[in-house]
Design a binder for this molecule. Sequence first.
Ligand code: SAH
Length: 292
Amino acid sequence: MTFAATILTLYPEMFPGPLGVSLAGRALERGDWSLDAVQIRDFAKDKHRTVDDTPAGGGAGMVLKVDVLADAIDHARATAKAKIAAPLPFRGGDGGGGAPPTLTLDENPHPNPSPEGEGLAGTAAPFPVLAMTPRGTPITQARIRELAAGPGVIILCGRFEGFDERIFAGREVEEVSVGDIVLSGGECAALMVLDACIRLLPGVMGAPSSGAEESFEDGLLEYPHYTRPVEWEGRAIPEVLRSGDHAKIAAWRKRQAEDDTRLRRPDLWERHVGARDRPASGARRKHRDQGS
Ligand code: SAH
């Protein structure tokens, strides 16, 4: 199934941008995902195509107008819904195959996993809508996994001072941050979120196992990597990695991942230890950290 990405932006020419090359680019060409970059300005209400206005209460900058944003989101949701209900384009190339499969909303094998399942006026909202904002919940790999398992995503990119606050509750929009930094616009943030989703789509990454050990997948940073030359400017690849002893290598990597996480990301480490030591079935588990 095609993962359908819709980007609502004042700069549609920024897409696919970096996602048009390498793994994501080839996946786009294959049709593993689709991209619709929609100009927010097309939903402006006046002949000047105004999308922003001065902040209520005064202050610097401009705020994206809620009525314009709402129309853009409604359009994107309706288009996305139609896409899911429509027969998938036949991409075979092998000459055979018969009729293309039809996927209806009810049969969607990847229902929207987010709690905001019900959308406008009680109709199902098949696509999660994310707004990029530094005020949002920091995005996590777990949320990316949920999104990648779904039918796609609509991403709203801000500019200027950001969005009129009423849009979030008014259209069930999830506020997402890509970190404690301030960008000039939501487009780079949207590219990050999309890139992270696309690499998880079936068939996009070369070796299916290469995603399993990545940073964050088990709540830890990944262990460090090395490759030839064995010695470089007096720095050698750790002996154990050249030993050929797979059990020893696995143990070393586990320890590195744990040590690095504890030192670099105490926040992740706390959560990891908490989750690890939480009894799964009411049985008390021994505190494994003892003595280390
Ligand atoms: N006035 C806002 C910042 C606006 S920056 C504030 O102080 O919170 C302009 C736009 O860039 C935002 O609307 C948002 O879409 C995007 N943006 C900036 N930083 C971001 C971040 N850390 N995560 C996601 N989007 C961000």
